[in-house]
Design a protein around this ligand. Structure first.
Ligand SMILES: [Zn+2]
Length: 147
């Protein structure tokens, strides 16, 4: 049984915890998505967060009402917000946040895809940064904690 009621647990499983794992160009759209999800439920929980071939994947945990039924109003609204953010990320340079598009590139034996603008298209993939490193939105978020 997972403790979904603890603010500490909620904080560690919300979008700000994953922002340092993606390129700084996506920080603003993820921060915006976090704010919108908090408007629905300030203790929402990320169930799955990854970037696969340059594409953002994100799911939040279902919420249940007092009778144990899935809260479909929350689920529908959360899915809509996440779909909008995923679509936006597919057109946003993960390095600088400018309008971009998926760029396929080879690296060794693997071929991957990154969303990049024209200026950043040849820059190397963004490596996950240690907590609190460099970009201002991440520092602001870690200072403020949660919603
Ligand atoms: Zn760029």
């Amino acid at each position: 049984m997972t403790d979904l009621g603890s603010p500490a647990t909620a904080n560690g499983r919300q979008i700000p915890a994953w922002i340092p794992t993606v390129g700084p160009g996506w920080a603003a759209l993820l921060t915006d998505l976090h704010a919108r999800l908090c408007e629905l439920d300030e203790e929402y929980q990320v169930e799955d967060f990854s970037v696969d071939s340059g594409r953002l994947r994100l799911h939040v945990a279902d919420r249940y009402d007092a009778t144990g039924e899935v809260d479909v109003v929350f689920a529908d609204a959360a899915v809509q917000l996440i779909d909008d953010a995923v679509r936006a990320s597919a057109q946003t340079c993960d390095r600088c946040g400018a309008p971009g598009r998926p760029r396929f590139r080879g690296r060794g034996r693997s071929v991957g895809s990154l969303v990049r603008c024209d200026d950043c298209r040849t820059a190397p993939p963004v490596q996950p940064r240690p907590e609190g490193a460099r970009t201002r939105p991440v520092q602001e978020l870690s200072a403020s904690g949660r919603c």
